[in-house]
Design a protein around this ligand. Structure first.
Ligand SMILES: Cc1ncc(COP(=O)(O)O)c(C=O)c1O
Length: 569
C-alpha cells in the first residue's frame, strides 16, 4: 500500500496559494512595500518615542533558548499570515541590534544608513541582482563603474586610469591588495602556489584583518613583517620600516605587499603615504627588484576625508570652529596622498558612508593591476568562460567572489548622489566637531583621561583611574617604563573592565538612557609592557549634536562616581 498523500502534495505543480503569494509576478501588485511597512510599523511600536540605541526586547543569553525554540524548526507548511511572520521576525530577531542612526549610539565604526541607499538596495535585493557580468546584471554593472569613477575623481586620479570593484568588506579589500602583491612578486605562484619567501608588511596599529587576510592567503605569521608606530602620533615609523624591510630583503625575502594605514580603526591615523611610496620605489632601485611591492592604503575609514576640498576648507561653509577646520584640513592633506598608492579601500558601511553592510570597494590606482587577478591564468583562460561569451562587461573575470550582490554598488551610488559632496562634508565636520566638544568636556574631569588627543578623527578613547590613584598617573603610564607603571596599568585595566561591565549591564544594554559607548581591551601598548584598554565613544550618526556630547561627558562622570561609591571601601 502506498503512503497517504498529504493534501499539500496532492498534485505535481500545484502551488499552494500561500506559496504563490510569496512570488508576485508583477511589480505592480507586489506585496513587498506593504510587508516592509508591516516591519517598520512593528519596529515603531516597540520604540514609539523614537529610535533607541538598541532595538528593545533583547534578553541576552538567558533568552536565546526561547527564541531558538520558536524559530529553529522548519514548519510543516507555509505561513498562513506572512505579514504577522514579518512583524514577529522583525521584533524578535532584531531585538538588541544597535541602531546606528540614533545619536546616543556611540558604539563603533558602523554606518547610519541613508534611507535612499537602503531603498535602492532593497529593490536590488528583491530583483536579486548578481553582479557577475552585464549579461546578468545589465546596467547594474555600470553602478560599479560610476562609483569607481567618483572615487578616482575624489582622489585626483584620472578616471580612465583607475578602477575599483565591490567586495565583501574591508577585509576583502585587504585580500585583494595582498593577492595583487603576490601576483607581482611571485608571478609563478599562479602555477606552483605560494613560495615560502613571499612576505607582507603590516603596521603595529593595523586592523587585525590585515594579519587575518595574510593568513587566509597562505602567508604564515612568520612572514608577516610588523612595523612599529611613532608613539607621539601613532603614525607608522617609515625609517623603521626601511630598516626592517632591508633586513628581510638582505636575507632573500620577496616583499609582495606593504599595507599602511589610511585611517586606523580608533585613532583614524593616516600614515605618511608619500614617504612609503618613496620607500617602495627606493627599495626597488636599491635591490634591483624585478617587481614593485604593492603599496596598499587601508583607507576604509579615512576615505571620508577625500570628500573635503579647498572650497569647504577655506571658507566658513562647514559652520564649525577654526580648530575643527584645521584638523579636517590636515587629515585631508594626509589622505589626499592616497593617489600615490597602488590600491586603497573604501567602506560605505562605515562612518559617513551611509550604506548597509557590506559595501566595500577596493580601488586600483592603475587598473592594469586589477588585470593581474584575472581568473584562469593558470589554465590559459579556460577556468571561466561563460561571462565572456554572453557579456561585454565581465567583472567576475577578476573578482574574488563569483556571485556578488549588485545591491551594494547600487546603494553606494545612491548614497553618493543623494548626499552630494557637500552632504558628506557636513556630516564629517559635524562628527569631528562633536568629538572635539566631548574631548574638551572630558579634559578637566577628575579620574578621566582622553588617550587619543592626537587623533584627527571622530572616536575618543578614554581611560578611567580607579579611586585613590593619584591625578596624572594614567597620563604618566603612557610614557613611563618599569614595574610600578606596569602594575598601575594592569590595575587601571581591571577597574575599567569592571566599570564597563557594570554600566553596560545596568544601563546601556537595557536602553537605560544616555550615550551607549563601547570598550576595547587592547587599545594601546604602553612602555611598561601591558596594553591599555579604553572606553570608546564613537559617534557615527549625522544626527549627533554638541549637546549629546556634553551630556555624554556629564553622564560618564556621574556613573563613575556611582560605581566608585558601590565599591568596597
Ligand atoms: C581600518 C579597518 N580596516 C579594515 C577593517 C575590516 O573591515 P570589515 O569589518 O568590513 O571587514 C576594519 C574594521 O573595522 C577597520 O577598522
Amino acid at each position: 500500500m502506498s503512503a497517504p498523500v498529504s493534501p499539500r502534495q496532492s498534485a505535481w505543480g500545484h502551488l499552494m496559494p500561500e506559496v504563490r503569494s510569496l512570488f508576485p509576478g508583477a511589480y505592480a501588485d507586489s506585496p513587498f512595500p506593504a510587508l516592509c511597512a508591516e516591519a517598520f510599523t512593528a519596529m515603531a511600536a516597540v520604540m514609539p518615542a523614537g529610535d533607541l540605541p538598541r532595538v528593545p526586547g533583547w534578553q541576552g543569553p538567558a533568552g536565546y533558548g526561547e527564541v531558538l525554540a520558536r524559530y529553529a524548526r522548519l514548519p510543516e507548511g507555509p505561513a498562513s499570515d506572512v505579514a504577522a511572520l514579518v512583524r514577529d521576525i522583525s521584533t524578535d530577531l532584531l531585538a538588541g541590534t544597535t541602531l546606528w542612526r540614533c545619536p546616543e549610539l556611540q558604539y563603533n565604526i558602523g554606518a547610519a544608513v541613508n534611507v535612499a541607499a537602503a531603498a535602492a538596495y532593497a529593490l536590488a535585493l528583491d530583483a536579486n541582482v548578481f553582479l557577475i557580468s552585464d549579461g546578468q546584471a545589465g546596467n547594474a554593472v555600470l553602478a560599479e563603474h560610476a562609483v569607481a569613477a567618483i572615487l578616482a575623481g575624489l582622489a585626483g586620479i584620472p578616471r580612465d586610469q583607475a578602477h575599483g570593484v565591490f567586495t565583501f568588506g574591508g577585509t576583502g579589500t585587504i585580500m585583494y591588495a595582498i593577492k595583487a602583491g603576490i601576483r607581482k612578486a611571485a608571478p609563478e605562484s599562479v602555477q606552483s602556489g605560494l613560495p615560502l619567501d613571499v612576505h607582507v608588511m603590516v603596521t603595529r596599529d593595523a586592523h587585525f584583518s590585515h594579519r587575518a587576510a595574510a593568513d587566509w592567503l597562505g602567508i604564515g605569521a612568520s612572514r608577516v613583517i610588523t612595523v612599529p608606530a611613532v608613539a607621539r602620533d601613532r603614525r607608522t615609523d617609515v625609517r623603521a620600516a626601511g630598516q626592517i624591510l632591508r633586513e628581510r630583503l638582505d636575507k632573500g625575502a620577496r616583499i609582495a605587499a606593504m599595507l599602511i594605514n589610511g585611517g586606523t580603526t580608533y585613532d583614524h591615523v593616516v600614515d605618511d603615504i608619500a614617504a612609503f611610496a618613496g620607500l617602495r620605489d627606493q627599495l626597488v632601485a636599491e635591490y634591483r627588484l624585478s617587481y614593485r611591492p604593492h603599496l596598499h592604503v587601508d583607507s576604509v575609514i579615512g576615505w571620508g576625508w577625500l570628500t573635503l576640498d579647498d572650497g569647504a576648507l577655506s571658507g566658513p561653509g562647514l559652520g564649525v570652529p577654526e580648530e575643527t577646520v584645521a584638523s579636517l584640513r590636515e587629515q585631508h592633506r594626509r589622505i589626499s596622498q592616497v593617489r600615490l598608492a597602488d590600491s586603497w579601500g573604501v567602506d560605505f558601511h562605515k562612518g559617513i558612508g551611509g550604506c548597509p553592510v557590506d559595501c566595500s570597494m577596493v580601488m586600483f590606482s592603475d587598473k592594469a593591476d586589477l588585470g593581474l587577478l584575472r581568473k584562469g591564468a593558470a589554465d590559459e583562460g579556460s577556468l571561466h568562460q561563460l561571462a565572456a561569451e554572453f557579456s561585454s562587461l565581465s567583472p567576475v573575470d577578476y573578482t574574488l567572489e563569483t556571485a556578488r550582490a549588485g545591491g551594494k554598488a547600487i546603494a553606494a551610488l545612491t548614497a553618493l548622489h543623494s548626499m552630494g559632496r557637500a552632504g558628506f562634508q557636513a556630516v564629517l565636520a559635524r562628527l569631528v566637531d562633536a568629538t572635539r566638544v566631548l574631548r574638551g568636556e572630558l579634559a578637566g574631569m577628575p579620574g578621566v583621561t582622553v588617550l587619543n588627543g592626537h587623533s584627527l578623527g571622530f572616536a575618543t578613547m578614554v581611560a578611567l583611574a580607579p579611586p585613590g590613584m593619584p591625578a596624572g598617573a594614567v597620563q604618566a603610564m603612557l610614557t613611563v617604563p618599569g614595574k610600578d607603571a606596569a602594575t598601575a596599568a594592569r590595575r587601571c585595566n581591571e577597574y575599567l573592565k569592571a566599570f564597563f561591565a557594570w554600566d553596560n549591564g545596568t544601563r546601556m544594554n537595557v536602553n537605560g538612557g544616555g550615550a551607549v559607548y563601547s570598550y576595547s581591551s587592547g587599545y594601546l601598548p604602553v612602555p611598561s609592557g601591558p596594553v591599555l584598554g579604553a572606553l570608546k565613544f564613537y559617534p557615527t550618526s549625522p544626527l549627533i549634536t554638541r549637546q549629546h556630547m556634553r551630556e555624554a561627558a556629564a553622564l560618564l562622570s556621574r556613573r563613575k562616581a556611582e560605581f566608585d561609591a558601590s565599591l568596597p571601601g
